[in-house]
Write a protein that binds this ligand. Structure first.
Ligand SMILES: Nc1ncnc2c1ncn2[C@@H]1O[C@H](COP(=O)(O)OP(=O)(O)O)[C@@H](O)[C@H]1O
Ligand SMILES: [Mg+2]
Length: 338
């Protein structure tokens, strides 16, 4: 390991990418430290994939640059590629090859010597618990198994930084937990540095040492999950009404009483930030009744990263309105990942 790789292992300096009129990534600067899991959390279309594609030297920035393991992505793209492993957002393994052969082809492309390669493949298939599936065609794998194979493949060249673009997109909860375990294991046992993107707040919260929250191509907040959540003090009460009109009415009544209340534009939920939810809940329910607002559901929790996102943008990460193109892509992805 060179001295350059101590501490800051990925440094992004004003990375910018435009597609026509859209600025997909807008002057983004951040550092990833050696051995940490760093996450890009943001809704669909925020610019996560575009950022990753620049860092892994697939896409040329319009402005700014970045370095990975001390190598500039513009000046030494090949050196960067030697040091990294990548798991892409979309599935990229060959369904008509076995798991073993998928890894073998990839290893040969990387120029790994045959004996070393066989040992490495065996070790990695064991790591992602696919030994027994090694000779089965990948088209018979589940979405989670395919993802695990892609992680194994990304580790073949013993990378120093592993990039994963939405590693658990479309997977069921159990398969997601499984993937999380491997990633935490890689960090703990191999001291691997991991850069991942996600639009799942629970994933970012569970895995990441530090998170950059990204929206419309810009980093709008950065810090540990705890630091980000502490942007909101106290607790959050969620009051679900039947219509957005009711929610608006309730919000106005709450604000008149000095509460800090927020609502999203299209559903009937009001978020109230209070010191202690158990004490405030009855007061708020009574207020709703007096305002003539029917309450369908009420619950409370300590702030989540989604609340932080709502606090910063007025929108939720959970039910981001996505374009029909994105929706079709998502459906295709789920269908393929079955
Ligand atoms: N090849 C492309 N051509 C035109 N627009 C693109 C292209 N790739 C991405 N975009 C646009 O750039 C923005 C960011 O996209 P992307 O980086 O894929 O976001 P994310 O990965 O966060 O969902 C979106 O508005 C998307 O439509
Ligand atoms: Mg993406």
């Amino acid at each position: 390991m060179t001295v350059m790789c101590m501490n800051e292992i990925v440094v992004s300096d004003n990375l910018t990418k435009r597609f026509g009129k859209i600025t997909a990534v807008d002057h983004i600067s951040f550092e990833v430290y050696e051995g940490e899991i760093f996450g890009f959390l943001g809704p669909n279309g925020a610019g996560k994939t575009t950022t990753i594609n620049m860092l892994i030297t697939l896409l040329r920035p319009d402005e700014g640059t970045a370095s990975v393991c001390g190598h500039d992505i513009l000046k030494e793209p090949n050196k960067v590629r030697e040091r990294i492993g990548v798991v892409f957002q979309d599935r990229t393994v060959d369904g008509y090859l076995s798991g073993w052969d998928n890894l073998k082809v990839h290893g040969l492309v990387y120029g790994i010597n045959n004996d070393a390669l066989e040992n490495k493949i065996r070790e990695l298939l064991k790591f992602v618990e696919l030994e027994e599936w090694a000779n089965v065609l990948v088209k018979y794998y589940s979405g989670g198994m395919t993802r695990r194979l892609e992680i194994a493949r990304a580790l073949l060249n013993e990378p120093e930084v592993l990039f994963l673009d939405e590693p658990t997109l479309g997977l069921d909860p159990q398969a997601r937990l499984h993937i999380w375990e491997y990633l935490l294991d890689l960090k703990r046992k191999k001291k691997m540095t991991i850069f991942l993107t996600t639009h799942y707040m629970d994933e970012a919260d569970r895995l990441c040492d530090r998170i950059a929250i990204i929206d419309h191509g810009k980093i709008i907040a950065m810090g540990s999950p705890q630091e980000l959540k502490s942007m909101i003090s106290g607790e959050i009460i969620y009051v679900r009404t039947n219509t957005p009109m009711d929610a608006l009415l309730l919000k106005q009544h709450l604000e008149k009483q000095g509460y800090s209340a927020k609502m999203l534009d299209r559903d009937g939920v009001v978020f109230v930030n209070v010191k202690r939810a158990s004490a405030e809940m009855p007061v708020i329910l009574e207020l709703a009744q007096r305002a003539g607002v029917k309450v369908a559901e009420v619950r409370y929790s300590t702030p989540t990263l989604d609340d932080v996102f709502i606090h910063l943008t007025g929108r939720s990460l959970r039910d981001e309105r996505i374009g029909s193109f994105e929706r079709i892509r998502e459906m295709m992805r789920r269908w393929r990942a079955r």
